[in-house]
Design a protein around this ligand. Structure first.
Ligand code: IFM
Length: 454
């Protein structure tokens, strides 16, 4: 068995997001977010639940910092809630909201934990939906105002900022497929929404640099290597299309200042654009979007195996039997993490990369004494950390790894049915209990190393 040591200073971390853990819906003059509203819509959330209390982190945050200290994480990735800081979406900021995050950040720093803040992890203020949400260009300026208010207050103590989390999910799941807030099903909204997210990212990076001392500014993308289901030309073509729409639609504008021409043609063929024209892209936008960033945050959960469906378009079709899929229906495929990191480094040359999310949803039953034995999460963690280690050896500038998630939480449209946490949360009492994977991760962090599998 050999020991795989990580570079000195590698940032071991865990991640969460505001809407998924905070609760405190009306506390501290917070306004409603799109998800607070969406959760009240008939059939929107699988178990009929809502994020109004979630893990009650809003009142239990001190205890949560103690959990992090026990785990030994060097860094914690969380998001600030736009609805808490700017309840009306734009205009006046809410000092109670800013105070909450300032106190929290100070306590993290006192515990020796480096804060990584994401400004938008999907919980846009509901007030902005009336203007069209992300489909409206006006939301760009609103986001920049919020980024300014937040970085003005916290920029003297927080260096690491990400603008958005997973703009593909916001634009495609929210505005095209209708699985996420606001539940729209219009490609005519989804493409402008993606563009406005990217544009607001670029403009907010400038604001971050202005307000933050020694800023490290980036964005977080969910990236998934596209795998042809078979070696046929049709499936290979479907994989190219998937890669264009899912990965390159965001990577190319950010790193090359242009949308991928083949994917633009694919959108035209599907009738989502007229003759490759994108009227929502204005002069200067692409230069703003491709402002250099300090790091790319990469969220990795699985590869995406695709078959050619109707019209040759990609249809997801896992390559392993159903019983091996996770509770989310995702395949466990650690090599895909190495592939993705190496490919992004080779094709786009980011200065640094962090794996900002990686994790697995499992049934996670507690036994009579409250203990949670989760051997599949331990193997998942070990195999993905080894995959990250291989990427570092191959030259990827990977600086840290954040496990998703620190604790069980509100999993969006799935409500409280999918458990990703290192800590179990009893949603009746909000009590937190470390799972066996938390003990395993704690040992790996302490050793700054991971042993090969037996
Ligand atoms: O819970 C989500 C997170 O908010 C964004 N990335 C994927 C996770 C698991 O689905």
């Amino acid at each position: 068995m050999s020991t795989n040591s990580f570079p000195q200073g590698f940032l071991w971390g865990a991640a969460t997001s505001a809407q998924q853990i905070e609760g405190g819906r009306n506390a501290g003059s917070r306004g409603d977010s799109v998800w607070d509203w969406y959760a009240t819509q008939e059939g929107a959330i699988e178990d009929g639940s809502n994020p109004f209390t979630a893990c009650d982190h809003y009142t239990r945050w001190r205890e949560d910092i103690e959990l992090m200290s026990w785990l030994g994480v060097k860094a914690y990735r969380f998001s600030t809630s736009w609805s808490r800081i700017m309840p009306g979406g734009r205009g006046a900021s809410n000092s109670e909201g800013l105070d909450f995050y300032e106190t929290f950040v100070d306590a993290l720093l006192a515990a020796g934990i480096v804060p990584f803040i994401t400004l938008n992890h999907w919980d846009m203020p509901y007030a902005l939906l009336g203007d069209g949400g992300w489909a409206s260009r006006d939301t760009v300026a609103a986001f920049v105002e919020y980024a300014a208010a937040t970085t003005e207050r916290l920029g003297d103590r927080v260096r690491h900022w990400a603008t958005h989390n997973e703009p593909w999910c916001i634009s495609t799941l929210g505005y095209e497929e209708g699985h996420h807030a606001p539940g729209h099903t219009s490609p005519a909204e989804a493409l402008p929404a993606a563009h406005h997210l990217l544009l607001s990212h670029g403009l907010a990076v400038d604001v971050i640099r202005r307000n933050v001392r020694d800023a490290e500014a980036g964005i977080v993308l969910n990236l998934s290597p596209a795998w042809p289901h078979s070696d046929t030309d049709e499936d290979r073509e479907a994989a190219r299309r998937f890669d264009g729409l899912f990965n390159r639609w965001f990577l190319d504008p950010l790193f090359r200042g242009e949308y991928p021409a083949d994917a633009v043609e694919d959108r035209t063929r599907r009738g989502h654009l007229e003759e490759n024209s994108m009227p929502f892209v204005r002069e200067g936008d692409m230069a703003a979007i491709s402002v250099p960033i300090d790091y790319l945050g990469a969220n990795y959960y699985s590869r995406t195996a695709v078959k050619a469906g109707p019209g040759g378009d990609p249809v997801g079709a896992p390559l392993v039997p159903k019983e091996e899929l996770t509770e989310m229906g995702w395949e466990v495929f650690p090599d895909g993490l190495t592939d993705m990191l190496v490919r992004v480094t080779k094709d786009y040359g980011p200065r640094s990369i962090y794996v900002t999310e990686n994790g697995i949803a499992l049934p996670d039953e507690a036994d009579g004494s409250g203990r949670v034995s989760d051997p599949r999460r331990i193997s998942f963690l070990r195999d993905h950390l080894l995959a990250a280690h291989r990427a570092i050896e191959a030259g990827v500038p990977l600086k840290g790894y954040f496990h998703w998630s620190l604790m069980d939480n509100f999993e969006w449209g799935h409500g409280y049915t999918k458990m990703f946490g290192l800590f179990r949360v009893d949603f009746n009492t909000c009590e937190r209990t470390p799972k066996e994977s938390a003990y395993w991760y704690r040992d790996a962090i302490a050793a700054n190393a991971v042993e090969d599998a037996d």
